[in-house]
Design a protein around this ligand. Structure first.
Ligand code: MG
Length: 255
């Protein structure tokens, strides 16, 4: 009760103070001294407690999408069980089986995902260790082996495919595990299906910011321009681009 009353009391004190004083005559330093600090303290509501994971482990309120044991949270587009290889705590693309999608749908979220391109380097450019993380099945954060591998800048690892090149190249060598921590805000559409705010993405690659709250132009297309057809919550999607890219420790927090 005391905690609730303190700011209320402070507010009235401040109001009386305002009545008696002309703020325009108070110098900034003096001004700050005369305002009770409690006046700007907010005590309610209280943010709920979330227990952090050790290292990159899932926090207590995360939905674990892959813990290394099975791909039960995922499916192919036709709803069939995942044909990618799950072995030794790792899920690996089997080329030609197709992309995989979460059974759950998501909007605004924080995503942690770890990926590894093949240690045995094959191909070049877009053909080397290519996969991708699609937010809401539409917006691709590129996964690619760009360790000494040149391709178009807005298509390299950490890019928002064909929209934003990464701020830096934060790639580890092929065969090493890498992390993406992604903060995503879904686009908003009005009742007529017109996009009123874009999607925003922040991407941290191996602890390094490579996308800083960039507004997306629409879907990330291989050919042509971004599209903005209205949609609601949608699955997270991982790309089969024919290369045996591996994933592990995937968790998501709805925001
Ligand atoms: Mg890709």
């Amino acid at each position: 009760m005391k905690q609730v009353l303190a700011p209320v009391f402070s507010f009235f004190v401040a109001m009386i103070f305002l009545q008696c004083t002309s703020l325009a005559q108070i110098a900034p330093a003096e001004h700050s001294k005369k305002w009770p600090p409690e006046m700007t303290e907010v005590w309610e509501p209280i943010p709920r407690v979330v227990t952090p994971g050790e290292g990159t482990a899932a926090p207590s309120d995360a939905i674990v999408l892959f813990d290394g044991t099975n791909a039960g949270e995922w499916t192919h587009k036709d709803g069939s069980p995942v044909k990618w290889k799950v072995e030794n705590g790792v899920m690996t693309v089997v080329g030609g089986t197709g992309d995989i999608y979460t059974k759950r749908t998501f909007g605004d979220c924080q995503l942690h995902i770890e990926w590894r391109t093949p240690a045995e380097v094959k191909g070049e450019g877009q053909g080397r260790g290519n996969s991708g993380v699609f937010l809401q099945s539409r917006y691709e954060v590129q996964v690619l082996d760009n360790y000494n591998n040149r391709t178009y800048s807005n298509g390299q690892a950490g890019s928002i495919y064909k929209q934003y090149m990464p701020l830096v190249n934060a790639c580890r060598p092929p065969g090493e595990w890498q992390t993406y921590d992604i903060i995503y805000t879904a686009p908003r559409f009005n009742e007529d299906g017109i996009r009123i705010t874009p999607a925003y993405i922040t991407v941290i690659h191996n602890g390094i910011v490579v996308q800083n709250h960039v507004p997306l132009h629409g879907t990330t297309e291989y050919r042509g321009l971004p599209q903005n057809v209205a949609h609601g919550p949608a699955p997270l999607q991982l790309q089969d681009h024919g290369n045996p890219v591996s994933y592990r420790n995937i968790w998501i927090r709805e925001l």
